[in-house]
Ligand binder design. Sequence first.
Ligand code: PRP
Ligand code: URA
Length: 209
Amino acid sequence: MSNVFVLDHPLIQHKLTYIRRTKTGTKEFRELVDEVAGLMAFEITRDLPTEEIEIETPVTTAKAKILSGKKIGLVPILRAGLGMVDGILRLIPAAKVGHVGLYRDPETLMPVEYYIKLPSDIQERELIVIDPMLATGGSANDAIHSLKKRGATHIKLMCLIAAPEGVEVIQKEHPDVDIYLAALDEKLNEKGYIVPGLGDAGDRLFGTK
Ligand code: PRP
Ligand code: URA
């Protein structure tokens, strides 16, 4: 069964409160999502393996740690996932970035895949699938299936806000995928929006409607 981690660091929670508020405009919303993504990445990468190497400092030789093991790949789900990429890349600048384009059909709420482009070595990478919202779970579920079909074996899912319904879908379909959230909200409404949520993440990030 996948683990669910709600990252309750005070800075993450403080910024998320401002992200949620209707009166937060596009510029501030975008900046806050970027900052929270970076803070979340810091927590998510806590378990990355390290190894010791020998280095020369200006004073002596010393053993010091560097990252080892699998390299990282980020996979934002278009379009709203894009808003979280730069914040993570500031911490992990060498990560490669794949893109999965999905939108929810407004009538059926089913995901429709319209684009996929991934690094050629995804099977050797630790992948972090990124999307601000995990609502019905359809989009993330579809994206993860697409990655697994192409050979990915190590996947984490990172979202700002999830509904219990979406978490349940991922846990059932992908028990090997751990889920990292800034908040687990109450429910979905009849239109498939997370309550209390933040509204439409893509529209708020890009100023569309
Ligand atoms: C939003 C969001 C997720 C999806 C979540 O994208 O960014 O990808 O909905 O909903 P689900 O869990 O029910 O699938 P949307 O379809 O609005 O597309 P956009 O990112 O292009 O705005
Ligand atoms: N997608 C969003 O952008 N917001 C929601 O609340 C649900 C799906």
